[in-house]
Write a protein that binds this ligand. Structure first.
Ligand code: SAM
Length: 214
């Protein structure tokens, strides 16, 4: 059965959180996210941070422990249930959990100093990127920071493929080249740091951006 990408993704994530079986880490945060958050802690201590597509909350927990005021959002309620349990188990309190779709974030303008997206954008179709970006730009304060992690062409799933997208286990996934990242974000964001991680099962770009003030 061929479902539209949006519906296929919904099913995939619902199943991922129902079974707890999926391909990304549940508890261990990415060391790159930790590195960027530690850097931002010195620049915007206690800043308001939105973790969009937070999943089970591994990065929201790190951010909260570093003193940020964290809102953890995902469009899949079962992800948030897991994230609540996980943060509770870790003794972390004070994270606000919200059901939100990144394509139309229901938050006031400039509500956040930092937006963090670990693994959400690369599940959005290209036709949704404009909505994604305007959503982020609306909720992120001018001069605010944006942390992004997306698949690179070196992610094993994409090796040797001609296309830059792939449906795996029913979910839409797309890899980004450095040029894609520049084309999508350079008008509104300055790249402060970009790291290409590859090796083993990995193939990601980790990017720390700052929103231009104009
Ligand atoms: C690969 S998982 C990563 C989860 C988490 N950020 C992490 O690093 O563990 C992608 C997450 O994005 C969420 N997601 C996908 N599309 C979304 C959308 N349009 N709005 C909000 N969340 C979305 C999924 O439900 C899933 O939890």
């Amino acid at each position: 059965m061929n479902l539209p990408a949006e519906e296929a993704n919904r099913r995939y994530f619902r199943d991922a959180y129902r079974t707890g079986k999926h391909g990304w880490a549940v508890e261990d945060p990415s060391p790159y996210a930790e590195k960027f958050l530690n850097r931002l802690k010195r620049i915007v201590p206690n800043g308001r941070l939105l973790d969009i597509g937070c999943g089970e909350g591994r990065h929201a927990i790190v951010a909260s422990r570093l003193g940020f005021k964290v809102t953890a959002a995902d469009y899949e309620p079962s992800a948030l249930r897991r994230a609540r349990r996980f943060t509770w188990k870790n003794g972390v309190r004070g994270i606000a959990f919200r059901v939100m779709n990144v394509l139309c974030l229901p938050a006031p303008g400039a509500a956040f100093d930092i937006v963090l997206d670990y693994g959400c954008l690369h599940h959005q179709k290209k036709s949704d990127w404009a909505a994604y970006k305007s959503s982020i730009l609306r909720v992120l304060a001018p001069g605010g920071f944006y942390i992004l992690s997306v698949f690179s062409p070196k992610f094993p799933l994409f090796r040797g493929r001609q296309r830059n997208w792939h449906i795996a286990q029913g979910a839409y996934r797309r890899f980004f080249t450095r040029r894609d990242i520049r084309a999508l974000f350079s008008r509104d964001f300055e790249v402060l740091e970009i790291i290409e991680e590859n090796g083993g099962r990995h193939g990601f770009w980790h990017v720390l951006f700052r929103r231009r003030k104009r």
